[in-house]
Design a protein. Sequence first.
Length: 410
Amino acid sequence: SIYPSKLQTDPDTTEDPTQSFKIFKISHDIPICESVSPNSSYRWHSMDDKEYDAYLHRLQDEVCAFMDEVEAREGKEFDFLISHHAFTNAMTAALIVDKRHKEGKTKLKHFNFVHGTALKMYIKEKEKDPEYPERFLPLAKASGVFTGRDKTKGVWVNSEDYIGKFLDCFPEYPKEFCVFSRIGVNQNTFCPKGTKVETDLEKHLKDEDKAKFAASGVKKLVTFVGKFADWKRLDAVLYAAAEYEAKYPDVGTAVVGTGPAEAIEQYQGLATKLNLQRTFFLGPKGQDVLAELFSMSEVGMFPSYKEPFGMVFVECCACGCPVIGANSGGPVEFVVPEQGVLVEEVAEWRTEEAAKKLGSNVAQAVCTALDEDWKTKKGPGCVDFVTQNFSTVAQCTQMIDNMKAWAAAE
């Protein structure tokens, strides 16, 4: 495994030389396909051609060098190469396969796992979105990575809805080799932690909010996690909080995530305008903290518009916390009444009026969850649901079976 990081370093191999991952060191944040991410604001579209080509070729060289190192140590060649995202990594992997085949290492085959962000970027390019000038979709097509199966033997997508969207972007790829892979969650990290609002929330708050929390009387928590992008619809979450916090004086709201300075100002300004006294902006948090927050929450609310998959729903459920979302996108495929509810979508959702209407729908669902004590009644079933349907072991086993079958289907 090799992946990019500005901060992380290679593992120490002095005691264990078989460490199986390596860091692709970069001097900037991890490049992103969309405009907003909790961890980066460095967009692919901000790179010029020279910078992009240098990135791609250095990635190719470092992956090849790492593969050579591992093969020399293990005494055998790689069979399969998996790239993530239908973009730079996929094109790089195709180049690596070509290079190694020319070197006589002909058994290597490439497979790609498609995620939502690259597809969103391609779709925005096709729609002539001014923020996304048509650049990378033509580049991906010209590379031939998804022109038939010569360079990519099979493709997984993380939402059934994405099969059609992927094939719209790459119509020459055979549909029968594009399948939905249900993403697995690490239940060693995301599991009920036994955390409580009264004793465990304060340590995750910003220093300037700790006195406010101490005086708030909050005993129950509703949690939102997401980047500050318009389609995550944090504005609707805040309108919802204004309603349910007015009804339940012991209920507070945790907002986890971040975005560009103007987005932070927008949403914190809205919270001030709505006089939300028990809503706390925590900033971005790592997985261990998210698990603690979900574990102490009564319900998680994630009313995104057409969420690509909805991993945050699964992570929340894995901690024994029911979920509330919107009836669009990936969550439609797996959220059922036993785990929570998806509220009806609203038209023209970017308008203030629609955001307020969606907020009222979410607030009603939160009130139902509190009144019916979903945390006690649905929480244990949420954990079982994740164990049975979103196991990492089950997903990886299926992917290995797929690769064997696709590799044999020449």
